[in-house]
Design a protein around this ligand. Structure first.
Ligand code: ATP
Ligand code: MG
Length: 564
């Protein structure tokens, strides 16, 4: 019998422990992740993946990847491929081949025939509208269909002819004969099969009838020998039906267990709405770094370790709640902070000329990549020359109180290099500052004042002669509202898009050690944040960096700006 050796206990592991104790599944644990291939996976799916694969791993069990491809209209192979890639990127391995609900269409059809033979399913000629009306409401029981008492023979004949394509789309359905007065609407003779003359991405035109989700799902779980069918809370009311089909067919009966879906603030969690963002070009595709898709998160530079850690931290609950996106960002920072090389990059450059620094001189510094970490000793060389770039906002001609960076007459430290004092500014015809002139203290090479005088500000810089050019894309939250769908009448979630969610800086200057950076490399840009060299758009002659996450939460600032 498998045993849960990990400390990771929750209400789902409690249920599994009980089963293992009673021997219900002979100690076996087999879970599945069952996405519908109708869009890219998002961070909510990541939680479900971590849960399903994680729990099986914890018990030495297995997990299937099964595409729930019962709706031929919205599905696409592009989505199938992206989903496989995403699961693997997260670091999980499904058992055996990728599985498809459509592979069970023959078996599901046989199951349907069996339920008809048992007198527990019937072909209904009512229209969709009539069926809806007869279903009743939460306060009123439903009404039996006039076709409910057809004989088994007639039902078998009609269902076979539905399959043979003899009837028009929408003219008939197969329904389970359960209970039209059940307080659970799902039990009021649910539809099992509908006629759909649609080409399926795997079965082509073989079928013109397709099983509903409810009929396909549990039986697919059963066929695969799933023991614990973990799904989100909205399926709780479907569990009696899940059980009814399996019980009626007397086949292997997995346990369905529901958990609360992940809701994240400022984040959309619906494939349908994410598809709209892509189709209407509010974002640059499913893998836009602002998207909450796994593909988008990956392109922002987040590591799978951080996604898994996040899933662990939020845990599993039985009640729906909202998780603060700041927790995700925090988890990403904690993952990257200890491991990324810290380098200097100037995002909005302003030229600084050290007027007493000889033109042909180069001062070379050997600088640790991991100054904060005594265990790591890797270094690079950083050259200082007469002209360097600093950040525009590290200079202020008229400094506000508590501004400790460079200003006329002030002395600051060029990080790891020396102390400079501002002597002059050069402006263009419009009065814009185009250069700052400084003198340096030759005795301060290395960064310390020889007489121990205090210098409050330390700014980063890059030698102009050695700078590596780059484009840097600064990303922020895609939505302005905590709940993007929260909109006044007549508006929709796209009205809540953050107009500043993507800012492209085309003139960034990087320290020369980054000349050889490879697509997929990550760095901490000192005083700025964590950045990822975009593998999709970087070319040998053009580097594109994506902001993964800033050092601190810049969100409050942006909301303030937007509201003013
Ligand atoms: P969406 O509403 O975004 O289209 P879905 O539930 O229709 O999502 P599926 O492809 O059917 O997407 O989902 C595959 C699995 O992922 C299901 O088991 C589902 O319960 C789970 N899942 C989907 N969204 C979330 C979420 N926000 N949190 C946790 N699990 C989720
Ligand atoms: Mg779905």
């Amino acid at each position: 019998m498998s045993e849960n050796t990990s400390e990771n206990k929750n209400f789902i592991t409690d249920i599994i422990d009980e089963h293992n104790e009673s021997g219900r599944f002979g100690g076996e644990v087999r879970t599945r992740f069952p996405p519908e291939p109708n869009g890219y996976l998002h961070i909510g799916h990541a939680k479900s993946i971590c849960l399903n694969f994680g729990i099986a791993e914890q018990y030495g069990g297995k997990t299937n990847l099964r595409f729930d491809d019962t709706n031929p209209i919205k599905e696409d192979v592009e989505y199938v491929n992206s989903i496989e890639e995403d699961v693997q990127w997260l670091g999980f391995h499904w058992d055996g081949d990728v599985l498809y609900a459509s592979d069970y269409f023959d078996q599901l059809y046989e199951f349907a025939l069996e339920i008809i033979r048992l007198g527990k399913a019937y072909v209904d000629d009512s229209s969709a509208e009539e069926i809806r009306q007869m279903r009743g409401s939460l306060t009123e029981p439903g009404v039996n269909s006039p076709y409910r008492d057809r004989s088994v023979e007639e039902n078998l004949d009609l269902f076979k002819r539905m399959r043979a394509g003899e009837f028009e789309e929408g003219s008939r359905v197969l329904r389970a004969k359960v209970d039209m007065s059940s307080p659970n609407m799902n039990m009021r003779d649910p539809v099992m099969y509908r006629i759909l003359f649609a080409t399926h991405h795997r079965t082509g035109d073989k079928w013109c009838i397709y099983p509903t989700y409810d009929f396909a799902h549990g039986q697919s779980d059963s066929i695969e020998g799933i023991t614990h069918s973990i799904c989100t809370l909205e399926f709780e009311d479907h569990r009696p039906l899940y059980d009814w089909y399996l019980h009626t067919l007397e086949i292997h009966h997995p346990q369905q267990i529901e958990f609360a879906r992940l809701n994240l603030s400022y984040t959309l969690m619906s494939k349908r709405k994410l598809l709209k963002l892509v189709q209407d070009k509010h974002v640059d595709g499913w893998d836009d770094p602002r998207m909450p898709t796994i593909a988008g998160i990956r392109r922002r530079g987040v590591r799978p370790e951080a996604v898994r850690e996040f899933a662990d931290r939020i845990g599993v609950a039985k009640a729906n709640s909202m998780i603060d996106i700041a927790l995700f960002d925090h988890t990403v920072r904690q993952d990257l902070d200890p491991i990324l090389k810290r380098v200097m990059a100037v995002l909005n450059p302003l030229k600084l000329v050290i007027t007493n620094f000889p033109e042909d001189k180069e001062e070379i510094f050997e600088v640790d990549y991991f100054r904060h970490d005594k265990e790591k000793s890797e270094t690079r060389t950083v050259p200082l020359t007469r002209e360097v770039y600093i950040e525009q906002d590290d200079f202020s001609e008229d400094p506000p109180p508590k501004y400790f960076r460079l200003a006329p007459g002030r002395e600051v430290r060029l990080m790891n290099a020396c102390l400079v004092t501002c002597t002059d500014v050069v402006k263009d015809g419009d009065g814009n500052i185009i250069e700052v002139h400084c003198t340096y203290d030759p005795e301060s090479i290395g960064g310390q004042a020889p007489d121990g005088r205090r210098v409050k500000g330390t700014i980063h810089w890059v030698s102009a002669a050695h700078a590596v050019d780059a484009e840097v894309r600064m990303y922020d939250r895609l939505f302005l509202n905590e709940v993007p769908e929260d909109v006044p009448e007549g508006k929709d979630f796209t009205d809540n898009l953050n107009p500043d969610s993507k800012v492209v800086l085309t003139n960034a200057k990087l320290e020369p050690a980054l000349a050889g950076a490879q697509p997929g490399d990550r760095f901490q840009f000192l005083r700025e944040g964590f950045f990822y060299l975009d593998p999709k758009e970087t070319t040998p002659s053009h580097k594109v960096f994506n902001l993964t996450v800033p050092l601190r939460d810049s969100w409050a600032k942006i909301v303030e700006k937007h509201n003013s």
